[in-house]
Design a protein around this ligand. Structure first.
Ligand SMILES: [Zn+2]
Ligand SMILES: [Zn+2]
Length: 277
């Protein structure tokens, strides 16, 4: 009787209701963020700078710095969304004939040997809990170190950090730099908007801010930018910490297991220090 694939990912079949609907739903968070950015642009440029600020010099300075930060923010967001995910090179794919051997092996040890033999020529050091080479049943590949199968993208992704619904993309090897920059510039954008609108926010409560209903844009602009800034501080700080530790979000929750040192030993990726059982 063929051995059961111990820690490998199951080959469960799921029925997808409508591919087009699923694609549309996945873009909703991105459209929401884009709408918030577009509204904040209108509220800042038109309602605050052009209609509320009376000093021309202050208007120009605020607008110049705002547009520099805005362009950097948008550029990093765009690249995080549209940079294609890093997929596994073809030489990591296991030929069909070998796949049959793996699936119909009598024991797990036999499977382990076949995979180990195939991975001999590959630069792979991570192992599964039972000490076997990491293998994806769905993609039929040996998983490179840091790579994981993303069920949303439907593929194994290089140095997968997490699948982010706010960018409708996997944060991975190819776009991690853009993602961290996006968090940094988004934080800078929110702080800049909050600090430069603070004076006019106070004047709103004092009742000496002109502009009719447009004043409420400034009120919400301050609140929304402050709210996003608070949540971005922790997220940006966490990813700076992960970058310094050379870890992904997935590895922060489950440490990788290295071949050297035995299957039960966990090694910190950053400095090689043994810190496991
Ligand atoms: Zn896969
Ligand atoms: Zn993904």
């Amino acid at each position: 009787m063929p051995a059961r694939m111990g820690n490998y990912e199951s080959d469960g079949k799921r029925s997808i209701p409508c591919a087009g609907c699923m694609v549309a739903i996945k873009w909703i968070p991105v459209i929401f963020i884009a709408a918030v950015i577009a509204w904040s642009y209108y509220a800042y440029v038109v309602q605050l700078c052009l209609l509320s600020i009376e000093n021309t010099f202050e208007q120009i300075v605020f607008l110049i710095f705002y547009h520099i930060i805005c362009i950097l923010f948008f550029w990093s967001y765009w690249n995080t969304i549209f940079t294609p995910v890093g997929t596994v090179p073809s030489n990591w794919h296991i030929p069909e004939a070998d796949i049959e051997y793996i699936f119909h092996a009598d024991t797990q040890d036999q499977q382990k040997r076949i995979l180990e033999n195939f991975a001999k020529a590959l630069p792979v050091t991570n192992r599964t809990l039972n000490g076997s080479v990491r293998f994806c049943e769905k993609c039929k590949i040996i998983k490179p170190d840091h790579a994981h199968h993303c069920s949303v993208c439907g593929a194994c992704v290089l140095k997968m950090d997490h699948h982010c619904p706010w960018v409708n993309n996997c944060v991975n090897f190819t776009n991690y730099k853009y993602f961290v920059l996006f968090l940094g510039y988004a934080l800078l954008y929110c702080l800049y908007v909050a600090l430069t609108s603070l004076e006019y926010f106070i004047r709103f409560w004092r009742g000496d801010l002109n502009g009719g209903m447009g004043r409420f844009h400034i009120l919400f602009l301050f609140f929304v930018s402050l709210m996003f800034a608070i949540s971005l501080v922790s997220l940006f700080g966490y990813h700076i910490y992960l970058t310094l530790m050379n870890r992904t979000t997935l590895e922060a929750f489950r440490a990788p297991i290295f071949r050297i040192g035995g299957p039960t030993l966990y090694r910190c990726v950053c400095n090689g220090r043994l810190n496991g059982v």
